[in-house]
Design a protein around this ligand. Sequence first.
Ligand code: UDP
Length: 342
Amino acid sequence: MSKQILVTGGTGYIGSHTVVELQKEGFDVVIVDNLSNSRIEVLDNIEKITGIRPAFEQFDLAERDKTDAFFQKYPNIEAIIHFAAHKAVGESVGKPLMYYRNNLVSLMNLLECMKKYDVANMVFSSSCTVYGQPATLPVTESTPRQEAESPYGNTKAICEDIMRDFCKATDSLNCIALRYFNPIGAHESGLIGEFPVGIPNNLVPFITQTAAGLRDELKIFGDDYNTADGTAIRDYINVVDLSKAHVVAINRLLNNKNKKNYEYFNVGTGNGYSVMQLVKTFIEVTGVQLKYQVVERRTGDIEKIYADTSIANNELGWHAEKSLEETLATAWNWEKNVRNID
Ligand code: UDP
């Protein structure tokens, strides 16, 4: 019988791509999502890609009774991938309690249920935001974490600590935190992708929406950083490559290959690209003109960050495969599909 995996936030951006990769590997997926930042139609599109409609339960994991009732209804869950969380940096500054309550309580409810219902394994969505601006690059897993720039970032650091401490106290539990760099792109089918509500905060959705005519121009936040062209540098990771890292992490846990019962890995490409390089590559790959203007730096942005991926590569046996060019083409393909552009 195929192994049953709970994917929280499974109708969201990274969640939906991970559901597809899990189903392709033969896992039986159950999604829990409250649809606060995603759409139910994603289930149809997952089914179009894989031929399998995942089971779906709509509720809020911050509600303890509902979370408990879920595990009674699904007694065969073997592992959890926990994506469901608020993730807008700017919003978290204005509504810190909303972020702390949602992101921390939902994790604690899940961990409690894991103990109660004997679910041993969890993969958690963390972020390179926990490193802040590192003194040396690339960032390894032993690079020290720094105080978070935002309540959102702090929830990721605190959630990591909660898992670490609960794993220490609970031998039967196994958790892996994946620290994502900058996930971009979409599934090659163009059926699932990133669907931001309102004005996008992230660079690539802003670029594709500008190219599609929804926004007048891209604002490049600062060209006076200490980088070759003055714009900030990030490690942009293809969302399907990132999703595959989750499948690898789940198999590591299910096959008892983990070395400790709490582990964490950087998931990036190892390459840093500047905002200007990304914009120019997008124009080259798509042939679409993009209006842009350099403006002031955005508050809280760091100058440059990219991953040392050797531990993920050697220990997990996972590698990022897709080039920036291919990835930006998939982002544009998705935007065109969503906006009905030929
Ligand atoms: N960025 C930009 N214009 C935008 C959005 C982002 O110049 O409209 C820059 C941002 O300053 C950063 C990079 O693009 O240097 C990536 O930003 P994003 O918000 O996608 O990710 P994060 O800041 O979390 O790394």
